[in-house]
Structure formats: structure tokens, C-alpha cells
Design a protein. Structure first.
Ligand code: 2P0
Length: 321
């Protein structure tokens, strides 16, 4: 039995739209920060005693599209290792819903790493990233720690993530602001599909996101929080603009999302280096320096209360336990 641990990540330049939904090839490159604290542990063994794959997540049998995607990853591993045995998979998410973060990135990164090793494969991180991508696009990035760049690529082999800066030795962290834990009405997979098909803003989104890859990489390497945060906030707003333009129009924003975005902008006008990003849901992540955490926690708590806030630091890539 092999166990791997992978952490969640937050995209600073987002993945939003598939050019190929079988291979999960995105339209544009994305850049993320892997977080500490929130992770998934996944154990895998291939056994001749099993008739079919047995997969449980948090002690419940996996079903639906999660099961289809997990089997896709296991089938790829079996193909590469030239084995035909079924697998037993136990996965535990340490991603509290109270943080408002998704667990698919950490889950599929941990599954890719654990299943490859359990099948006797020795894959480098690029190959693991390609494998994880078949489970969930954002999982390709969780193979690596710190700041990570997922190259959109044009085919299976050219669409992978790599490290920009694995050890983050400068002052940047993130405050997660939980607004709603209810399951969202439009999943990311369906949301991006609708936007690709119907939003006239989609091509402009892809162009703007791709144009920001070089400046974002430079901001990271120069440890420039203001530049990084500005680019990340602009990128998030452009991603959400595509949803307003879709037919039918939709949004992940809720009233409190806008209240937090406004507070962050107001504080920035007063000189605090803080920037918002929002994924496919109502929750906000505020990018800031540790030195400003106290002030931000106080101001944000006025809107959502202290229990809705938690601090995340840069975290490591996938490891074996
Ligand atoms: C991201 N998101 O870059 C973007 C920003 C949501 C908004 O990756 O269909 O769960 O499994 O490839 O990876 C969420 O999408 O989508 C996501 P699939 P995934 O983090």
C-alpha cells in the first residue's frame, strides 16, 4: 500500500475553459500557489484479489463523475505499468469546508502519485502532473509546491505544470473568507463549458490571461506583492466577467462577495497591500503580507465574523508518507 499527500492550490491566473475535455487541455496557461494546511492523503494498492476498483473518499464509496475521473487515472496507470489488476483506494480530505476551498486539486494529485508508485512506475513530476491533469485540471499544479505554472500545451504531453518558485522565502500569505459552504448551483466543469460555448467575452478572457503569464512570473521572481496581487485580482474579475456574458447568464458572486471585494479595495486605497481572488464560488481569498494579517482579519470579520476567516501559507508539493 502506497500513501501520498498533496495540498490544495489557489490560482493567481486561472484555468477557465477546456479546449479538449477528454484530455483536459485548457485554453490558457495558469499560475497558482500551493497552500499548506489543506491536503488530501490517498493510499492505493493493486491486488489480484479484487474483482473491480474499490474507491472510498472520507470513508464513503466514491460515485458519479468523481468515480469516472478516478478510474480514468487508474486506467492510465495500469496502461503504463502494463498491469490488469484492480485497485483499492482510500482517500481522506483534510480540506475543511469551512475554508471554502475545493479538494479536487489535492485529491487527484495525491491519487496520481500514490497509484503510479503502487503500480511500480517511477514517474518524474512532469509525468505525474500530466497524469493528475486527467483527474482534474487544477490537480496538475498540486504536484508542485510554492508557485506553479501549468502550460496549456497543445496535446497530452505538452500540457503539464512546473515549478516557478518552490520555496517561498518572502512575505506573502492568503486569508480565506468563507461566505457560503452550500454546494454551488453551477459546478466549475459546467460553468466553464457554458462560458466557452456561449460567452462572447471568452476569447477576450483567454487573450488577457495568456498576456499576463510573463508579467505574473516576473512579479513572483521579483517577490513583488503589489504587482502579483494586482494581476491576480484583475485576472479573477475577468474570469467572472465571462459568466455574466454567458447565455444563460450566471454568477458565482453573492452580496457578501461584493462586500469583501469593496472592503479590500478600500483598504488598498488607504495603502494596505491586499488583493482579492475568487474561484468558481462565492468565497474570496485575500492575498496580503503577513504584517497586515491582523488589520485585515479585524476588518473582514466585521462582514463575515472571525470564524469565517483562516490564514494559509505557501505549501509543499506532493510527498509520500
Ligand atoms: C483554477 N478553477 O485555476 C480554476 C479557477 C476554478 C476557477 O480549476 O473540470 O475542478 O476538474 O478540470 O480543476 C476548478 O476546476 O475543473 C478550477 P476540472 P477543476 O483553479
Amino acid at each position: 500500500m502506497i500513501t501520498a499527500r498533496a495540498h490544495t492550490n489557489i490560482a493567481l491566473l486561472k484555468y477557465w475553459g477546456k479546449k479538449d475535455s477528454e484530455l483536459i487541455l485548457p485554453y490558457n496557461d495558469s499560475i497558482s500557489l500551493t497552500l499548506d494546511q489543506f491536503y488530501t492523503d490517498t493510499s492505493v494498492e493493486f491486488s489480484q484479489h479484487l474483482k473491480k476498483d474499490e474507491i472510498s473518499v472520507d470513508e464513503k464509496p466514491l460515485t458519479g463523475s468523481g468515480l469516472t475521473r478516478a478510474k480514468r487515472v487508474l486506467d492510465l496507470v495500469r496502461g503504463q505499468a502494463q498491469i490488469h489488476t484492480a485497485a483499492r483506494v482510500y482517500s481522506t480530505n483534510h480540506v475543511p469546508t469551512s475554508a471554502g476551498l475545493a479538494s479536487s486539486a489535492s485529491a487527484f494529485a495525491a491519487l496520481a502519485a500514490a497509484s503510479a508508485k503502487a503500480a511500480g512506475l517511477t514517474l518524474d513530476k512532469r509525468a505525474l502532473s500530466i497524469l493528475a491533469r486527467h483527474g482534474s485540471g487544477s490537480a496538475s499544479r498540486s504536484i508542485f509546491g510554492g508557485f506553479v505554472h501549468w502550460h496549456a500545451g497543445t496535446d497530452n504531453q505538452s500540457s503539464y505544470a512546473e515549478s516557478i518558485q518552490s520555496k517561498v522565502d518572502w512575505d506573502i500569505n492568503l486569508i480565506t473568507v468563507l461566505i457560503n459552504t452550500n454546494e454551488k448551483k453551477v459546478s466549475s466543469t459546467n460553468g466553464m463549458q457554458s462560458v466557452v460555448k456561449t460567452s462572447p467575452f471568452f476569447p477576450a478572457w483567454v487573450k488577457a490571461a495568456q498576456a499576463d503569464v510573463a508579467p505574473m512570473t516576473e512579479a513572483i521572481l521579483n517577490k513583488n506583492l503589489a504587482k502579483l496581487g494586482t494581476l491576480a485580482e484583475e485576472n479573477a474579475m475577468r474570469m467572472h466577467a465571462t459568466t455574466f456574458g454567458a447565455d444563460p447568464s450566471f454568477t458565482y458572486f453573492q452580496p457578501q462577495t461584493l462586500a469583501i471585494l469593496n472592503t479590500v479595495r478600500n483598504l488598498r486605497e488607504q495603502g494596505v497591500k491586499c488583493y482579492s481572488t475568487v474561484d468558481a464560488g462565492p468565497n474570496v481569498k485575500v492575498i496580503c503580507a503577513k504584517a497586515d494579517n491582523e488589520l485585515l482579519l479585524t476588518q473582514l470579520a466585521k462582514i463575515v465574523g472571525h470564524d469565517a476567516l483562516s490564514i494559509c501559507n505557501p505549501g509543499p508539493g506532493v510527498t509520500y508518507l
